[in-house]
Design a binder for this molecule. Structure first.
Ligand SMILES: *Cc1c(COP(=O)(O)O)cnc(C)c1O
Length: 369
């Protein structure tokens, strides 16, 4: 058999196995009547002011940046967004990337190496895990959101003379919507003399962090309704990244029109009334779900989970909702562990109470509550 045939056979055998396991991933043209699967928590993806800023940004700076940032792709639009992000977060300096996945990967693989030990929450996002693996640093995990487990690992590693350089967690976990004990983790970081790194993808925009981490990853594709990401840190770290991050140096800079739009989205996101409306929707969802007897996972964030456990049941319920024009996330392994499949329901200020009511009524019926 030729090499190309062998290769194609390997791919096709893997696809057959995925299909048999119910784990094949497929794209579907999205056009739900009610969408509870996106991450646009503040409804900014279709905001008219943000859209106008995008158009104006394109006319002023271009819809594309035309080059990598170190050639001529870095414009006043990029600089202004970086400044806006620093004001919003209290961090000293910022660096823009085209996606959170590349920013997170770059953060770890550029800043850390085989001399370092990184202690990360068990449920960290794939982008962080890939970055840490590529960095060559030693990765140690602590049990999810478990401060005692983190402390035990820090003590063990310090005693073994391999002290931890950084504790890594997420502010709001992408699949469960639960929140990291940031105040306690910051205290641990201070006590053990290591950095605290927080992936704030799902928190940034709709609520501030409880503590200031040493490094903060923010993305624009979630609460800000846009695209792109930034690493926020000290000037030293950002300057180091500018000179060393391959994903930054060898990639066309983020669209300047996008920068203008994200800056306007950031301003709008910081309005208290919008945030209050999101909290109201979260409270309403939980209240009605409990009243209908739907078992929801504990979460005070726009990410709400309903444990459906096995793959077939999860897919079947998501399908029944989809037939009614309602989109929810059907989350399966390897995104979550075996047996912990769930429906991931995300709430937005764009949802009306009657939308939430409709979702939950349909869901209760599909679940057989
Ligand atoms: C979405 C997400 C990312 C990646 O961000 P993108 O901009 O979508 O590439 C990184 N970390 C976490 C926790 C995320 O949820």
């Amino acid at each position: 058999m030729t090499a190309i045939k062998q290769w194609q056979q390997r791919l096709s055998a893997a696809m057959t196995a995925k299909t048999a396991a119910g784990l094949l991933r497929q794209r579907r043209l999205a056009n739900p009547r009610l969408d509870f699967s996106h991450n646009d928590y503040l409804g900014l993806a279709r905001d008219a002011d943000v859209a106008a800023a995008l158009a104006e940004g394109a006319l002023t700076f271009g819809h594309g940046s035309t080059a990598s940032p170190l050639i001529s792709g870095y414009t006043a639009a990029h600089q202004q967004l970086e400044q806006g992000l620093c004001r919003a977060s209290g961090q000293e300096a910022a660096l823009l990337f085209c996606s959170g996945f590349s920013a997170n990967g770059s953060l770890f693989k550029t800043l850390f190496g085989s001399a370092e030990v990184i202690l990360a929450d068990k449920l960290m996002h794939a982008s962080a895990l890939d970055g840490i693996r590529d960095s060559g640093a030693k990765l140690v995990r602590f049990s999810h959101n478990d401060v005692a487990s983190a402390r035990a690992q820090l003590q063990r590693l310090a005693a073994a003379d391999t002290p931890v350089s950084a504790i890594v967690t997420e502010s709001v976990f992408s699949m469960d919507g639960d929140e990291a004990p940031l105040v306690a983790l910051k205290q641990l970081a201070l006590e053990f003399g290591c950095a605290l790194i927080v992936d704030d993808a799902h928190g940034f925009g709709w609520r501030p962090l409880a503590v200031q981490p040493d490094l903060q990853l923010v993305t624009f594709g979630k609460a800000l309704g846009g695209q792109g990401a930034a690493i926020l840190a000290s000037q030293l770290v950002i300057d180091y990244l500018v000179s060393h991050s391959r994903a930054y140096i060898y990639s066309t800079a983020l669209s300047p029109a996008s920068c203008v739009a994200v800056n306007v989205a950031l301003d709008k996101a910081q309005q208290g009334a919008t945030r209050a409306q999101l909290m109201d929707n979260i409270a309403y969802f939980r209240e009605v779900a409990v009243a209908l007897g739907i078992e929801i996972m504990p979460s005070h964030t726009p990410i709400q989970g309903v444990l459906t456990r096995d793959i077939e049941r999860t897919l079947s319920i998501a399908y029944q909702l989809r037939e009614q024009g309602i989109a929810v996330g059907a989350i399966r392994p390897p995104t979550v562990p075996q047996g912990l499949c769930r429906l991931r329901i995300t709430l937005s200020v764009a949802h009306q109470p009657r939308d939430i009511q409709q979702l939950l009524t349909a869901l209760a019926q599909a679940l057989g509550c």
